[in-house]
Design a protein around this ligand. Structure first.
Ligand SMILES: *Cc1c(COP(=O)(O)O)cnc(C)c1O
Length: 478
């Protein structure tokens, strides 16, 4: 195992080497020549390479990128499941559709949006749905703007400014609440990893706009007191917001609407099979109960008089949140996924996701520390702090040398040296075992000589960059 360094295409460049011949220009010279003094006549500094040099260079670069197509990717809370190619093909059928086509000519696409809205309403137990938001955090903002509009309409907005957010929440939750104009109040967790009911009772009151909850939460634990939580928040006149990015654990099993939630967002790019990571297009549909439906972004897709229609006439709408109707291609992939799996298949996907996570947890919980001794849902959180001097970074870097993507680290914040592991349902037992073996080998090595782990990774071009600089000021070229 040694680091291999890739030459940049500029370093590979040799004067005069060519990958393509450009035919001589046959067009007449341009009569409007750029004046001499305004031309930059310095030759462009382009690399000179043969075609095969270019092909090898980009192929080598692509191999440097870890994706679910080349290895295990247990990045907790991100649901990096395998996405069937069939969904991509389905999306490609619609690729030439222009969003400004007349509604008469896009009945098929509107039909698909309408069916997807209804399917997602059924899955979440909501009454209405918008497909517009572009991602999870965007869905949160949209959902919170619905809550805001609802209280404004009732004349209660001036009084209800406080959004309750548990300390285990995804970082986007408090950020979205602040962006929507609420003040954030943090609700502590109880020793069992759920919401501390006493604290919630003390915090909820006439100034409460609502509570944002992830269930199962980011510890991978189902909130067992959800009915009591809903009663407290509704009793104080607030609304319940469900962060449904983690729906992968409960699809076809339990529904946020039945738990008492009023608004929910989903991450189609997590649970409903769109490749993500690296900023590809996602979708964060938002569903709500009837009382909030008048405030949904416009247009909504309706079926009236035998035709699918983009309904613009919504007097109380919060307005548009995304160009056109959202990331339609992602919606097509979600619909293809749902149609292929059906109700039973969807439930089976969730059950397998939960089974896989529990299997990995059972194999690892004696080597590392797991704070909450109860079955997990689709993911679980362990701490490396039980081994003296061992950090989550050391284990994550060690996992890279085993050809796998590390789990999420240092999140949630309430667990010291946290590693958040989400295997997903698309992995077989052999892959799970290979990961567990690697994790156990690293724990054993750390017990022998914890300092030895600080040399990992040894197989990557770059070992341990300054994480802040790498994120804020990435050096992506020479
Ligand atoms: C991923 C995630 C989000 C944010 O979703 P994006 O699409 O990345 O904006 C919000 N909440 C939870 C619990 C998540 O896992």
């Amino acid at each position: 195992m040694s680091r291999s360094v890739l030459e940049t295409c500029f370093e590979m460049s040799r004067p005069g080497r060519r990958g393509a011949d450009v035919p001589a220009c046959e067009a007449p010279p341009c009569p409007y020549a750029i004046p001499q003094g305004m031309r930059d006549e310095t030759p462009l500094a382009l690399p000179e390479l043969s075609e095969v040099d270019v092909v090898r260079h980009y192929t080598a670069l692509s191999r440097r990128n870890h994706g679910v197509d080349n290895g295990f990717y247990p990045l907790g809370s991100c649901t990096m499941k395998y996405n069937p190619r069939m969904n991509e093909q389905a999306a490609s059928y619609f690729a030439k559709l222009h969003p400004l086509l007349s509604q008469k000519d896009m009945q098929g696409a509107l039909h698909l949006c309408y069916d997807l809205q209804n399917a997602l309403c059924e899955i979440t137990g909501m009454d209405a749905m918008t497909l517009q938001p572009a991602a999870g955090a965007h869905g949160e903002l949209t959902g919170l703007l619905l809550i805001r509009a609802y209280f404004q309409k009732r004349g209660e907005l001036a009084q209800r400014r406080k959004m309750l957010v548990p300390d285990s929440a995804h970082g986007t939750n408090p950020a979205s609440a602040a962006m929507a104009g609420f003040t954030v109040a943090v609700v502590p967790s109880a020793p069992d990893g759920g919401v501390d009911l006493e604290a919630l009772r003390a915090m909820a009151g006439p100034d409460t706009a609502g509570l944002m909850l992830t269930n199962p939460n980011t510890l991978g634990l189902f909130e067992r007191n959800i009915e009591a939580v809903a009663e407290i928040v509704h009793g104080a006149g607030g609304l319940l917001y469900y962060d449904g990015a983690n729906l992968n654990a409960v699809m076809g099993i339990s529904r946020p609407g039945d738990m008492g939630f009023d608004v929910v967002h989903l991450n189609l790019h997590k649970s409903f099979s769109t490749p993500h990571g690296g900023g590809g297009p996602g979708a964060g549909p938002v569903g709500c109960k009837q009382a909030l439906a008048p405030f949904l972004p416009r247009p909504t897709v309706t079926y009236e008089g035998g035709r699918y229609t983009l309904k613009m006439d919504l007097p109380d709408t919060i307005g548009k949140v995304r160009a056109f109707y959202g990331n339609f291609g992602v919606c097509v992939k979600a619909m293809a996924y749902l149609l292929k799996l059906g109700c039973d298949g969807l439930r089976q996907a969730s059950e397998t996701a939960v089974l896989n996570a529990n299997y990995v947890m059972a194999r690892l919980k004696h080597a590392y520390r797991v704070d909450f001794d109860r079955p997990c849902m689709h993911e679980f959180v362990l701490s490396t702090a039980n081994i003296h001097g061992l950090t989550a970074t050391d284990v994550a870097k060690g996992i890279i040398d085993h050809g796998m993507h590390p789990p999420t680290v240092y999140f949630p914040l309430i667990v010291h040296e946290a590693m958040m592991i989400e295997p997903t349902e698309t992995e077989g037992k052999e892959t799970l075992d290979a990961f567990c073996d690697a994790m156990l080998a690293l724990a054993a090595e750390a017990r022998e000589d914890v300092a030895a782990l600080s040399r990992y990774p040894v197989t990557t071009p770059c070992g341990r960059p300054d994480q802040t600089l790498a994120a804020r000021k990435p050096k992506v070229r020479d």
